[in-house]
Design a protein. Sequence first.
Lengths: 321, 544
Amino acid sequence: MTSRDSKPSLTIEGLSVRYGDLLALDHVDLEVERGEVVAILGPSGSGKSTLLRAVAGLEPAATGRILAGGIDMTGMPTHERGLGLMFQDHALFPHESVAGNIGFGLRMAGVDAAEQRARIHELLGMVGLADYGSRSVSQLSGGEAQRVALARSLAPSPSLLMLDEPLGSLDRVLREQLTADLRLLLGSVGVSALHVTHDQAEAFAVADRVVIMRDGRVVQSGQPQELWHRPSSRFVAEFLGHPNVWDLNDEVVLAPMTALSVDHDGDLEVVVVDAVFVDGRFRITAMADDRRVVFEDRERPSTGETIRLHVNGRELRTLAN
Amino acid sequence: MTNAWRDRSLERAATARWIDLAAAAIAMGFLLAMVVWPLVAIGQRSLAGVGFGDVVDIVRRPATWRVLRFTVWQALLSTVATVVVGLPIAHVLARYRFRGRNTVRVLTVVPFVLPTVVVAAALSAVFDTLGIDGDHTLLAIVAAHVFFNLAVVVRVVGGHWATLDRSSEEAAAVLGARPAAVFRHVTLPRIAPVLAGASLVVFLFCFTSYGIILILGGPATATIETEIRRYAIFRQEFDVAAVLASIQLVAVVLLSLGSARLQRRLSVSSSSRRVSAGLPLDSWRRRCYVGAVLMLVVGVVVSPMVGLVNQSLTVGDHYGFDHYRALNQPLPLLPVSPARALWHSVRLAFGAALVAAAVGIPAARVIASGNRVGRLLEAAVLIPLGVSAATLGFGYLLGFRAFDLRRSPLLLPLAHAVVALPFMMAAVVPALRNIDQRVREAASTLGASPRAVAQFVDWPLARTGLMTGLGFSVAVSLGEFGATSFVSRGAGSFTAPLAIFRLLSQPGDALRGQAMAISVIIGLAVGATAAFLERSRQGGTGFL
């Protein structure tokens, strides 16, 4: 593996995948550096899961190349690629114990029994399930199954770990906790990872770099703060959760919530429609003529009240439509 | 852009397609030869063998009409009786909580897995023990049909009943409805579709009943099935037999279509799958009611089995194992000793199970893949379930004359495999369908080659299903009588069910006792297999 050190973990060049007439992936280029965690973020149907499946060799590439550690893997059968994939609903082997699941990849690689046991033990400890080895997977809770699936995909030390909506089926509290755990774990293992999600917060929390997809194409990629502050299009801004994207004189303008503040001398007059308490502040929805304006404030205004806002012009951005 | 990997992956995909095609061809070829062709032969004979005018003539004969009328009449009576007996049992098992409920539930299913000749022997035994001259009467036939088909009503209707929540009934009671009114206006409408479906299935089974009517009936109780046999085997009038078989086929197809329509309507109406907790026996009225129903179970289900065992052990005026010991003595009536016939049956059962697996596994692969060929196969595989085994047997007589396959020692195992195939599929297809494609993919991302996926994922997950299918096939073949009675030739293919039939159709206590003894042995073997499979079955929906 040392010979791959200088090469990126994964390079994708012009990759397309076709399902009949549908172009699920349209000439995608992507690179994952060694040890980098990249999140693929997009709405359902944007091709993000297809991208993972194509890299894993579960979908054939119509065009393009997939290189891992500098080696061309296009068309290589899945089981020879040595990449890890953690499935959306875990896809644990129902007939194997927890230890049997984690050890499966090691068995396939012909690792001897003592070494298998040691590695399984190590991984169980790593995901916090030290005593679970002999349990049946049908007895696991959602969070436990997710940890076993993670341990299983990490066991053979893959050069790249891919995670397909790994937290999708869990409830919110567990999800936030596991997101933090996952980030720490991926960091400590130092594995390169490609993490697919439709959840912006999860992507920002886990990844060093986020790639946003739409209709089978990459529309923007960058570090979380770059994407948040400089979205390239209306789609990206809205998908990341910016509420104020306005059409002004043939232009699309993004007003981040931080650009709006309550000010008696402000030049934007709005009528309050609703106020919700979120993370210590009120998130207020108001109307300026027929345009929706969302901003935050410490005080709760009453519904129907007219308020003046100051707009910080330096924070406004013009977007491509 | 081409590289070596891509070429190899295309090659592999081509190989996989080839394997699928071969699997479909094996299954299709078997079904065409062993199911479709015999039926075509019957149809052809009944149309081409005689003129159309002759067909009309045969149909219009008073004798034919009598047989048709009686076939429908006994099936109708049997169905009504089964529903009348089955409904209270279904109700008690679905709605009340009492010790031994599971035992009673299993008990009501046992007769359904017993071979028809054993069922007939048991009913004959209980009538004999009670001193009722039941042989050759409609009463005996109906009683045997109730005994056999009770499981359909209890399982299907009771299973649905248990999932209905009680609040509607309680609401009706609060509004002033007496129990009888609650049943009529609230419960009955809710179970009616399922009840209709179950009744149709029972009617179909009674309509095509063969072994029971042959053993318990007489000249006055001839049905289409037994007449096919009489015309085909004793009178050698194949044309008449073929016309009767065609009538039978048309009726079965119509009934099956009706049943399928009902099923479709049913699947929409079934909502909750949760079984509500049973009512406790906390009042005298409830205890009396449940007690009375349990007595009914004893009378209808338990007493024939007890009667059978009793007669097998009765030697003159004392008990003993004489009939069992005598099984390996040759009898002038039979081409081989009963023990030898039992051995033939066992050998045949394992052969048939292997054939059923050899056809069933590729067929299940194709069916589980869910493509158009798969759906066609799925329907074809179920044909033997609706078409009576006797009709199939007659089809073999007609269809295989040309190649003289009738004399081939292979025909019997193949015929048994056809009858066993629906049961094999019922076990294997769900097992294959239950394997999540993602689990296979997970294995290959962990480095498992296609062979390793088959070995470490598919096989462990499908193994239980295959074993269940093999067990069912063995059980079905052990008791197979209908097709066997047409196809069996000579001593080498003389089976235990044939021996039971021969012995029961002769007068004489010693012969009767031996027939009962063979019945007990076969019944125990089949019952034990079914009970074992029932217990080892892991979740999933069963055949019934």
